[in-house]
Write a protein that binds this ligand. Structure first.
Ligand code: 13P
Length: 257
């Protein structure tokens, strides 16, 4: 059984000072569990100072976004080339990027490739909207997002790719998916990955769940077959809640199916 991967997505929250304070509290509240990889995705401005502040055996850093070209006249953008060495992971295709900023399949695929090119593990986020779910299109949406996001990725590259199932209707809504929903989605994701890259890659790929994860419901997902970790928004902004989820992740591995 592999480790659990727990990612804190701060989104556009916390000042540099508040972020530093949160990590300080979190360090005090968490032990270094060999069974859990803990990853922080603060805003860009926090990355450099946190890189100096954190104990790297305890926390890794993640970018929330980046542009797929390496350099050039792209005002306001940050490239994977610039993030290289600073972050170990980067979110790609988060639903807020897709739905608020209009990111689409081809661009998301290019970002996955750019991350891999620069030794950054892409966390490809996929998930259906409430309307798509209502129309019974969840599997089609996951299929299309995986095909576009993983275009031109090789089986070997897949060792570095993580998939996060984040149903749009569950994000920030308090209306989390059930572990049963997540088990089905994870199975669908692995079937599609098997189709594209073979059975071994489908077994090995880490699949996370995100969407209104809390201290109270985290264990249910972590104990779910096919789920390797969590992508957490709101609850990651509170040191005590996030530390409690890390502890839960550590405990759940012993009883994992
Ligand atoms: P919440 O945990 O706030 O629902 O956010 C989930 C998310 O989007 C993490 O990327």
């Amino acid at each position: 059984m592999g480790k659990h991967l727990i990612i804190a997505n701060w989104k556009m929250n916390l000042t540099i000072h508040e972020g530093s304070l949160l990590v300080h509290k979190l360090s005090e509240l968490t032990q270094n569990h060999r069974t859990v990889d803990v990853v922080l995705a603060p805003g860009f401005l926090n990355l450099q100072s946190l890189n100096l502040q954190i104990d790297h055996s305890k926390f890794k850093l993640c970018a929330q976004n980046f542009y797929w070209r390496d350099a050039g006249a792209f005002t306001g953008e940050v490239s994977a080339n610039q993030l290289r060495g600073l972050v170990s992971y980067a979110l790609v295709g988060h639903s807020e990027r897709r739905h608020i900023f209009g990111e689409a399949g081809r661009e998301i695929g290019r970002k996955v490739q750019a991350a891999i090119r620069h030794d950054i593990k892409p966390v490809l986020c996929v998930g259906e909207t409430a309307m798509e779910r209502g129309d019974g299109e969840t599997n089609d949406v996951l299929h299309d997002q995986l095909v576009a996001g993983l275009a031109n990725v090789t089986s070997d590259d897949m060792k570095h790719v993580i998939i996060a199932y984040e149903p749009v209707w569950a994000i920030g809504s308090g209306n989390s998916a059930t572990p049963d929903d997540v088990e089905k989605a994870s199975a669908m994701i692995r079937r599609q990955i098997q189709h594209m890259f073979g059975a071994q890659v489908a077994r090995d790929v880490q699949v996370l769940y995100g969407g209104s994860v809390s201290m109270d419901n985290a264990r249910g997902y972590l104990d779910t077959k096919g789920v390797n970790g969590l992508l957490i928004g709101g609850a990651s902004l509170h040191a005590d809640q996030f530390a409690s989820i890390i502890k839960t992740a550590h405990q759940s591995l012993s009883g994992k199916k």
